[in-house]
Design a protein around this ligand. Structure first.
Ligand code: PEP
Length: 252
């Protein structure tokens, strides 16, 4: 049985003071939800404050990115060991990073291998753009992002990877996919590729989340699907009651 996971991607929102405020409002309720791994991913600058506040709780902490080099002259970047000091999880290859910051399957792969080396649980994002969706390229895009992203990952690390299927056209648009459609992509284009690379047992062990306009109102539709193990949540993760409801729905 794969344990459900709900992760909140705060993106570039919340100062340190605002992070403290939001976590103060969210912490007890989120901590009390059993049967689901729940993770918050504030901006880098807020991670230390968040780690302090979440110490001793069951709420996990994730970063939104890392750089693959271990140290040195890489101004503005954050090394895996620095992330590991505070976090257990790291989001990699989010579509906003691919679209605005030049991330490619190759750089996502380097980051994933760095996460493996430093014992971080990666949440690797894959998903097609609207143009790709309309051109019937979902299979090609999602399976090749999965294959290239996971290349070279050790067989004993692969089962602990988390993949997030996030159709780009559904992110922040209010136009979520459907449970059935997302489940089909996850089963046919993500788990099947992982099965080819690492075998069926690993493909069944890897947790695959859906992300893209998940709300308290539509979460259950996704979580009722057999191949969807939780959600990567953007906008709704900044709203206390919404995020709590989503976590509770995943725990069922
Ligand atoms: C995301 O940031 O990964 C995301 C899915 O955003 P939203 O839930 O706002 O669509």
């Amino acid at each position: 049985m794969r344990k459900p996971l709900v992760a909140g991607n705060w993106k570039m929102n919340k100062t340190i003071a605002e992070t403290r405020e939001l976590l103060t409002a969210m912490k007890d309720g989120l901590n009390a939800v059993n049967g689901v791994e729940r993770v918050v991913c504030p901006p880098f600058i807020s991670l230390a404050a968040a780690a302090e506040m979440l110490a001793g709780s069951k709420i996990g902490l994730g970063a939104q990115n890392l750089y693959w080099e271990e140290k040195g002259a890489f101004t503005g970047e954050v090394a895996p060991a620095m992330v590991k000091e505070l976090c257990e999880y790291v989001i990699l290859g989010h579509s906003e990073r691919r679209a605005y910051f030049g991330e490619t399957d190759e750089t996502v792969n380097k980051k994933l291998l760095a996460a493996q080396k430093f014992g971080l649980t990666p949440i690797v994002c894959v998903g097609e753009t609207l143009a790709q969706y309309e051109a019937n390229q979902t299979r090609d895009v999602v399976s090749s992002q999965t294959r290239l992203g996971l290349t070279g990952v050790a067989a004993d690390f692969a089962p602990s990877i988390v993949v997030a299927y996030e159709p780009v056209w559904a992110i922040g648009t209010g136009k979520a996919s459907t449970g059935e459609a997302a489940n089909a992509v996850i089963k046919d284009f993500i788990r099947s590729v992982i099965a080819e690379m690492y075998g069926e047992e690993t493909a069944q062990a890897v947790r695959v989340l859906y992300g893209g306009s998940v709300t308290a109102a539509n979460a259950a539709e996704f979580f009722s699907q057999p191949d969807i193990d939780g959600a990567l949540v953007g906008g709704a993760s900044l709203k206390v009651e919404e995020f709590l409801s989503i976590a509770k729905a995943a725990a069922k």
